[in-house]
Design a protein around this ligand. Structure first.
Ligand code: ADP
Ligand SMILES: N[C@@H](CCOP(=O)(O)O)C(=O)O
Length: 312
C-alpha cells in the first residue's frame, strides 16, 4: 500500500481553499506506488492526483514540479502540476510537502508489446528534446559515485562470486567516460510502472522524482533494460528494436552514442542491480522491497557482457 500519511476530508478541504478548484467531492487512496503517498482527489472542477512526499523536502521539489510543468507545456504526455492562488506548486499538508497534478487516463502495462515499446521510445525522445529548454540543473543522485559507494556497503552481504562480478562492473564503468555524449534532462527511472497507456498510446510518463541532467542515451538504456526484458534477464530483440526505432524516429543517435551504447546498457543495469542489492540487504523501515529482485539486473548485466548484437 502507498498511503503512509493519512489525510482527512477536513484537512484536505482546508488545504484546497488555497486553490481555485471548487469543492471537494471525493478523496480516495491509491494502492500502487512505493515511495510517496498518493490519493485521487475529485473536486467540482475535475480529477487530480494528490501526492504527499515522504522523503523529498519542500525546497527540493521545484526542480521536479517545474520540470513536469515545462514538459506538459511542450506536449510531452505527463501530469501537469496545478498552481495554488499564490502560484505555488507545493505546500505543506498533514506535515508533508504536497502537490496536485492532473489525473491521467490509462494504466500501466506489465507485459508490453512492440508497439508500446516503440511508443515509449518516441515519447522519450520527445521528452529529451523538450527538456533542452528547461533551465534548472540537477546532478544524478544515482551516478557512478553513488554506485561505487553503495557497492562497498553491499559487498560484505554478498556471495563471493556475485561480489566479484559487481566489483568488475564498477571497475569497468570507471574506465569509461561519457563526457562527449549529448546530455540533458532524463527521467532516469522510466520502468513499466512509470508509464500509463491507453491501448498502444502513451497516456503519460509519471514519477519524475529521479529526473536529473545526465547522458540522454543512458535514459534509453534504463528503459530498454526493463521494457524489453524477459524473465530470465535476456532482452527481447523485437521489443528492443521497436523501442530504438521509435526513439530514433524523433532523435537519431549519433555515432558516439552508438559506440557507447553497449557500455550504457551495462551502466543502466549496474545502477538498478546496486539499488536493489542495497534495498535487499539494508531495507529502510516501512519500505516495500518484495517486487525488486536484484538478481534480475545481475542477469541483465551478465547477458550484456556476452552480447554481440545490441539492436542498433
Ligand atoms: N497523474 C496521475 N494520473 C493517474 N494516475 C496516477 C498519476 N500519478 C500517479 N498515478 C497512480 O498512482 C500510482 C503510484 O504513483 P507513483 O508515482 O508510481 O508512486 P510512488 O512515487 O510512490 O512510486 C501509479 O501507479 C498510478 O496508478
Ligand atoms: N524502478 C526501480 C525502483 C526505483 O529505484 P530506487 O533507487 O528507488 O530503488 C526498480 O525497479 O528497481
Amino acid at each position: 500500500m502507498s498511503v503512509y500519511t493519512t489525510v482527512t476530508q477536513a484537512e484536505l478541504e482546508s488545504w484546497l481553499a488555497q486553490y481555485t478548484l471548487g469543492q471537494l467531492v471525493e478523496l480516495k487512496g491509491i494502492a500502487a506506488g512505493i515511495t510517496n503517498t498518493n490519493y485521487f482527489v475529485t473536486t467540482t472542477q475535475g480529477r487530480y492526483v494528490l501526492t504527499l512526499f515522504e522523503t523529498l523536502k519542500l525546497e527540493e521539489l521545484p526542480y521536479y514540479l517545474n520540470l513536469m510543468s515545462h514538459l506538459a507545456r511542450h506536449g510531452v504526455a505527463c501530469p501537469a502540476p496545478v498552481a495554488d492562488r499564490s502560484d505555488r506548486f507545493v505546500s505543506l499538508l498533514a506535515g508533508k510537502p504536497a502537490c496536485l497534478v492532473s489525473c491521467l487516463s490509462g494504466a500501466d502495462v506489465a507485459a508490453p508489446n512492440p508497439a508500446q515499446c516503440r511508443a515509449v521510445g518516441v515519447m522519450m525522445a520527445d521528452m529529451h528534446l523538450a527538456g533542452d529548454t528547461y533551465p534548472a540543473r540537477m546532478a544524478n543522485p544515482r551516478g557512478p559515485a553513488w554506485w561505487s559507494a553503495t557497492a562497498q556497503v553491499v559487498y560484505p552481504h554478498m556471495d563471493a562470486a556475485d561480489a566479484a562480478m559487481l566489483h568488475e562492473e564498477v571497475a569497468f564503468q570507471s574506465e569509461h567516460r561519457f563526457d562527449a555524449l549529448p546530455t540533458g534532462v532524463i527521467h532516469a527511472d522510466l520502468f513499466r510502472d512509470n508509464v500509463l497507456f491507453d491501448g498502444d498510446s502513451v497516456a503519460g510518463f509519471i514519477d519524475f522524482y529521479y529526473a536529473c541532467n545526465d547522458v540522454l542515451a543512458y535514459d534509453l538504456a534504463i528503459a530498454l533494460n526493463d521494457w524489453c526484458a524477459l524473465p530470465d534477464g535476456d532482452i527481447d530483440g523485437e521489443r528492443a528494436r521497436a523501442m530504438l526505432a521509435g526513439y530514433q524516429s524523433v532523435r537519431p543517435l549519433s555515432d558516439a552514442e552508438k559506440a557507447a551504447w553497449p557500455v550504457l546498457l551495462r551502466a543502466a543495469g549496474l545502477r538498478f542491480w546496486t539499488s536493489r542489492l542495497y534495498d535487499k540487504y539494508l531495507p529502510q523501515a516501512g519500505e516495500l522491497t518484495f517486487t525488486k529482485d536484484p538478481a534480475q539486473f545481475q542477469r541483465v548485466v551478465a547477458l550484456h557482457r556476452q552480447r554481440q548484437d545490441f539492436w542498433l
